[in-house]
Design a protein around this ligand. Structure first.
Ligand code: TXA
Ligand code: MG
Length: 344
């Protein structure tokens, strides 16, 4: 398949440029679009065949459901059984990086939801994503636009590495602002279960809802045969080719260990910016200042892709804290590291 790539830099000119993209979506084709979190691989969320095409382009198992993207929070009523809790979340965080799981309506094909009777709904804030959904006039089903098992793409160049020749169109809208996928919550009556942490933090959710539970698989490895609350939790994610090891200890002791390891062997480091001058620059990728979690989130997936290109046998990084956005970083990093944590 020939993939058309369009670039939208000036955000005032996108409306016209998105007409073709919207027509492709409507007629059942696939378009990769930027969002504030990561790039999405979009298809018509009302067509069973579009969902099948998405699974096949991504190489994703078809029991792992897709998020549907809507233009306005109230559009959720057409596709899901909403509630008071949904509208409290929508008022606080939409449009933005929050996905809410609710019982689905019949118009959403079961191939979109991996056979589940619930559907995940998200209203993105990125102007190109918003305009594309509006012009398409249908909900856009979209997983992250990476090949299954690779880090989610935060730049169009990474989308092209994975998706060129597999989709009808790629919209290059520059680097994604947040860099980690949306926070996912499931509504259970008056309570929420946090299934995937993201830029809408646990503390922010607690301000809107009294009862927020964190699903065990967010922090820990699933036991053999344990059924996850979200199918995506059981698949290996974001795995670099090299062994990826997280170092748990006082920051200066972790840095001393990193320096020693680099002297002795061929290992790559994801470092804090402050540490760069102490390490071998050719094998070190800075992910942001120690206290700047937003920059670390924005750079993590790029750093994992670039670390893989360094041809090292091991990759080391600091184990993040669990506070604020740290929980989302921790969740992505322990999965990329297949839960390998070394105490220093
Ligand atoms: O930021 C994001 O959420 C990006 C952008 C493109 O919107 N999308 C994204 O989609 O990360 P994806 O498919 O890579 O991750 C969605 C996760 C999967 O782990 C899936 O298992 C889970 O959401 N999920 C979707 N529908 C669900 C449902 N009905 N019940 C439980 N989990 C669900
Ligand atoms: Mg994904």
């Amino acid at each position: 398949m020939d993939t058309r790539i369009i670039r939208i830099i000036d955000k005032t000119e996108y409306s016209e440029k998105l007409q073709d993209a919207a027509a492709i979506i409507k007629s059942g084709g696939l378009v990769v679009f930027p969002s504030e979190t990561v790039y999405g691989l979009g298809g018509n969320g009302l067509l069973a065949d579009a969902a099948k095409a998405i699974y096949s382009a991504k190489g994703r198992p078809s029991d792992n459901p897709l998020i549907i993207h809507i233009a306005e929070p109230k559009d959720a009523d057409k596709y899901a059984l909403t509630s008071d809790v949904y509208y409290r979340l929508a008022d606080a965080f939409m449009p933005g990086p929050l996905t809410v799981i609710m019982p689905k309506r019949d118009c959403i094909p079961s191939s979109v939801t991996g056979g589940l009777d619930s559907v995940a709904v998200r209203c993105p804030s990125h102007p190109i994503a918003h305009e594309l959904i509006k012009q398409a006039g249908v909900p856009i089903a979209a997983p992250s636009a990476n090949l299954s098992g690779k880090p989610s793409p935060t730049r169009a160049s990474y989308v092209c590495e994975d998706m060129n020749g597999r989709v009808d169109m790629i919209i290059d809208g520059g680097e994604c602002e947040i860099g980690l996928e949306s926070t996912i919550v499931k509504i259970d009556g008056d309570s929420l279960t946090l299934l995937r942490p993201g830029a809408i933090t646990y503390d922010a959710l607690c301000c809107v809802c009294e009862n927020v539970n964190i699903a065990p698989a967010v922090l820990e490895k699933l036991a053999e045969n344990e059924k996850p609350l979200s199918p995506g939790m059981k698949y290996r994610h974001y795995a670099p080719n090299a062994d990826f090891i997280l170092l748990d200890g006082a920051p200066d002791e972790v840095l001393a260990f990193m320096i020693k390891e680099q002297r002795e062997g061929n290992c790559a480091i994801l470092s804090y910016d402050e540490e760069l001058s102490s390490l071998d620059r050719s094998l070190t990728i800075p992910i942001g200042a120690r206290d700047d979690l937003a920059t670390q989130a924005k750079r993590l997936f790029t750093a994992l892709r670039e670390a893989d290109k360094l041809d090292a046998s091991k990759i080391y990084a600091h184990l993040p804290s669990l506070d604020g956005l740290g929980l989302a970083l921790y969740n992505r990093m322990i999965r990329a590291a297949a839960h390998t944590i070394k105490k220093v």
